[in-house]
Design a protein around this ligand. Sequence first.
Ligand SMILES: [Fe+2]
Ligand SMILES: [Fe+2]
Length: 284
Amino acid sequence: MSRVAAVGKKGGQKTEEFTVDEVKRLVEIIEKIAGGYYSDDIMALTTEEQPEPVRTIAEAVGMMMVKIEAREYKLEMMVKELRALNQKIKENTIKTVSAMAHALAARDLYTEGHTARVGNLASRMARHLGLDEESVEHIRLGGILHDIGKIGFPDPLFQAHEVQNPPEIIKEIVKHPHVGVEILKDLDFLGPSLEFVHCHHERLDGKGYPRNLKAEEIPLGARVLAVADSYDAMTTDRPYQKGRSPETALAILRQNAGTRWDETCIVALESILKETGVAAANNL
Ligand SMILES: [Fe+2]
Ligand SMILES: [Fe+2]
């Protein structure tokens, strides 16, 4: 067995010898520690029987390992705290959004149920389309807030409704997506939801409002919202009309697929209604 002369602490005198195997073992353990495997193997090399400098290196590495472990534990705790905080922020976000939706509902009872249902239905459609959970959540928030711009409507407009109104009232109504954006634009957490609010009355053929966007220019989230919004509006009783049956509403959506609404979104809605049963889906 080859032995290596080691230099001790005192005046450069040879004090002890150690084998190449001992050094190899030390290196192996250090490599394991570097790889994140914190066993007590290193402690066995810190005993009196161990030659210098194996013992000194092992002690230093052992100390370093303990410090790294302590730091990792602290980091894990911090990550846990951050996760909890993040969760809290998310919950507060939802509460803020709901508070805004309720503020609108205080002015228009029809809108409250409508926005909650649209948020719910649109998020399920988005999930059905295979979108990731973050996008699904943004679409849900967009659904809850899509009509928030109506909060600025004068009272008579709440008695009137979207389909059968005189031109001067329609002129006011078509402003609500833009007013919504103005109200919400500083809420960073809304992210793409803001654009969904802005575009929920756009049509694929460019005849929608407020910007006459066409097809792909309209974000997918807004195309999903447009279908959910219209389906809910058609199937709900209004002051001037009785709600249509889900089958009739679906037929109208299908007739206008590709011109007014996105066909993929309509198919997603149909699948959900089939899966859940129309009555259950209407009471989301
Ligand atoms: Fe709207
Ligand atoms: Fe709406």
